[in-house]
Ligand binder design. Structure first.
Ligand SMILES: NC(=O)c1ccc[n+]([C@@H]2O[C@H](COP(=O)([O-])OP(=O)(O)OC[C@H]3O[C@@H](n4cnc5c(N)ncnc54)[C@H](O)[C@@H]3O)[C@@H](O)[C@H]2O)c1
Length: 244
C-alpha cells in the first residue's frame, strides 16, 4: 500500500489514463478524487474513488474543487493532472480558436490546477503532469497540441524548482501512444500504422503502464526525484532510424 491514507486528486480521472491512475492509486490505499469535466457530481461522495466536476481551464472551478477536497479529507497530498484534449490538423489549417482551446485546457489548465493544488499541499506533496512525446518532438499535425505539451514540460520544471523549498516534488510523464478513448477518436488505421512503426516496441501503451509510472513518481521511492521528465513511450524518443 504505497499511498496508504494519502489524498489524491486525479484530473481527467473518469477516462483513459486518468481512470487507470485513479484505480491504481485507490488500490494502493489512496483516497482518490476523480476530477473531470464529465463528472455530474458537484460535491464529494463516499467511496475509494469519488467523482467531482472539475474544469481545469476555469480558475474558479479549480479553486472550488481543491477547497472541497480539503473540506472533505482534510488536505491534499498528491495531484496527477491527466485532463487534456487533442486535435491533429495541419499547421496552416489550424484555426486560432482550436489553438486557443487546446492551450487553455492543456497548458493553462496545468498552471491553474497545479497552483490551486500546491497552495494547500504540505511538505511531502507530489504533483505529476501528463505531457506527451509530442511536446518534445515535432510530430506532424500537432502545432497546438505539441506547443501545449512542450509548455507543460517547462511549466513543470519551473514548478519543481519554485516548490522545492516547500518540499513539494513536481514531475512529468511524457507518454507515447496509449490505448484510450482520446486515441480512438484521433488515430485512424493509417496513423496507428505510422506510430507502430516509429515506436521501437511496435505497440501502444496500456493506460495501466502510465499509471504505474505515476505511482512511482508520487511514491516514496521517488523522494529525490523532482523536475524530471519520464518518457513512457516504448523507446520513441530514443529512436533514430530503425530496421523493418
Ligand atoms: N492517449 C495517448 O496516446 C496520450 C499520449 C500522450 C499524452 N496523453 C495525454 O494524457 C492525458 C489523458 O489522455 P487520455 O488519452 O486518457 O484521454 P481521454 O480523453 O481518455 O481522457 C481525458 C479526460 O480529461 C477530461 N477533460 C477534458 N477536458 C477537461 C477539462 N477542461 N477539465 C477537466 N477534465 C477534462 C475528459 O473529460 C476525459 O475524461 C491527456 O493530457 C493527453 O494529452 C495521451
Amino acid at each position: 500500500m504505497i499511498l496508504a491514507g494519502k489524498v489524491a486528486l486525479v484530473t481527467g480521472g473518469l477516462s483513459g489514463i486518468g481512470a487507470a491512475v485513479a484505480a491504481r492509486f485507490a488500490a494502493e490505499g489512496a483516497l482518490v478524487v476523480a476530477g473531470d469535466l464529465t463528472a455530474t457530481q458537484e460535491r464529494l461522495g463516499d467511496g475509494a474513488i469519488a467523482p467531482l466536476r472539475l474544469d481545469v481551464a476555469d480558475p474558479e472551478s479549480c479553486a472550488a474543487a481543491v477547497a472541497a477536497i480539503v473540506d472533505w479529507h482534510g488536505g491534499l497530498d498528491v495531484m496527477v493532472n491527466c485532463a487534456g484534449i487533442a486535435r491533429d490538423m495541419p499547421f496552416l489549417d489550424t484555426p486560432v480558436e482550436v489553438f486557443d482551446r487546446i492551450i487553455a485546457v492543456n497548458l493553462r489548465g496545468s498552471f491553474l490546477i497545479g497552483q490551486a493544488s500546491a497552495r494547500v499541499m504540505s511538505a511531502g506533496g507530489a504533483i505529476v503532469n501528463i505531457a506527451s512525446v509530442s511536446g518534445m518532438r515535432g510530430n506532424t499535425g500537432r502545432s497546438a497540441y505539441g506547443a501545449s505539451k512542450g509548455g507543460v514540460v517547462t511549466l513543470s520544471q519551473v514548478m519543481a524548482v519554485d516548490l522545492a523549498e516547500r518540499g513539494i516534488r513536481v514531475n512529468v510523464i511524457a507518454p507515447g501512444p496509449v490505448e484510450t478513448p482520446l486515441v480512438a477518436a484521433v488515430h485512424d488505421a493509417e496513423v496507428r500504422g505510422v506510430w507502430n512503426r516509429a515506436v521501437p516496441l511496435h505497440r501502444y501503451a496500456t493506460p495501466e503502464e502510465i499509471a504505474g509510472a505515476a505511482l512511482y513518481l508520487c511514491g516514496p521511492d521517488a523522494g529525490y526525484v523532482t523536475g524530471h521528465v519520464l518518457a513512457v513511450d516504448g523507446g520513441f524518443l530514443a529512436a533514430g532510424i530503425q530496421r523493418g
